[in-house]
Design a protein around this ligand. Structure first.
Ligand code: COA
Length: 245
């Protein structure tokens, strides 16, 4: 079974991460599929919104650490890079429903979503420095703009995990929802977005995200640093330590 599943429901393209044995860690094939489903959805006039969710107890544990260990340069053709720029450029709105772990890109991709809901089992973390890496997905510019410089430093430089209540207080998510209502509520919100006039929706999203050129430039800068850090001995030691427990 594919690790990325997709279904369309009343104008919403629902994309789910489904690799539970690895806590939905994103491998290269998953990034490729995610990008394809998003590009198809952008081109399809019947699709008017996207929704992301994980499995019953996990959003995603982030990038596959095995791939980090084997990674070459993060150039424009790399599946992760293609996914990040595709997400950044999406014209249609995106909703995310988060339960369980949302680690690394599991948290930073939420900065590109328009509405984010989580239940009280959600746990967010950006352990980039802990893994001897640097922040990605433009989180180094988006996060300070949402939570302030000092809080962003705490979340990135210390990389501590935080719960949904904290995420809501920091304005990183819209609302904490009861676990048994997370998917239905998030989907209902996505359907509301899908029912809005589509051109107005897209123009409004663009206006709200008016600094995309700056965000894109920062994402590129991050990728240069990220590639360097990925090759470093200190990072490789951290990856091996995780994989060897
Ligand atoms: N990449 C590759 N494999 C991963 C992974 C990842 N990001 N996250 C989890 N896995 C694998 C584990 O190696 C383990 O594999 P195994 O059963 O073959 O040993 C399996 O998924 C289960 O993970 P485990 O850590 O035992 O589950 P848990 O429920 O105790 O903890 C997490 C879940 C998400 C908190 C924990 O797995 C974790 O911290 N993952 C790493 C997250 C990370 O650093 N991501 C990169 C951020 S930049």
């Amino acid at each position: 079974m594919s690790h990325i599943q997709v279904r369309d429901d009343q104008g919403v393209r629902i994309i789910s991460f489904n690799r539970p044995e690895k806590r939905n860690a994103f491998n290269l094939e998953m990034y490729q599929q995610l990008t394809e489903y998003l590009i198809q959805g952008e081109a399809d006039n019947d699709i008017r919104a996207f929704m992301f969710h994980g499995t019953d107890d996990c959003f995603t544990s982030g990038n596959d650490i095995v791939d980090f260990l084997q990674s070459g340069a993060l150039d424009d053709n790399h599946p992760t890079v293609k996914f990040l720029f595709c997400l950044l450029d999406l014209k249609k709105p995106v909703v995310a429903a988060v339960t369980g772990a949302a680690v690394g890109i599991g948290t930073t991709l939420l900065l590109h979503c328009d509405l984010v809901y989580a239940d009280n089992k959600a746990k967010f973390q950006m352990p980039f420095v802990n893994l001897a890496l640097v922040p990605e997905a433009a989180s180094s510019i988006l996060l300070p703009s949402i939570v302030g410089q000092h809080k962003a430093a705490e979340l990135i430089l210390l990389g501590d995990a935080f719960d949904a209540e904290t995420a809501a207080q920091l304005n990183l998510i819209n609302r904490v929802v009861a676990p048994d209502e997370l998917i239905s509520f998030s989907l209902a919100q996505a359907k509301k977005l899908a029912a809005q006039p589509p051109l107005s929706m897209q123009a409004s999203k663009q206006l709200l995200r008016h600094n995309q050129a700056q965000v894109k430039a920062q994402m590129k800068l991050e990728l240069v640093q990220f590639t360097k850090r990925l090759q470093s001995d200190e990072a490789k030691q951290r990856f091996r330590a995780f994989l060897n427990k």
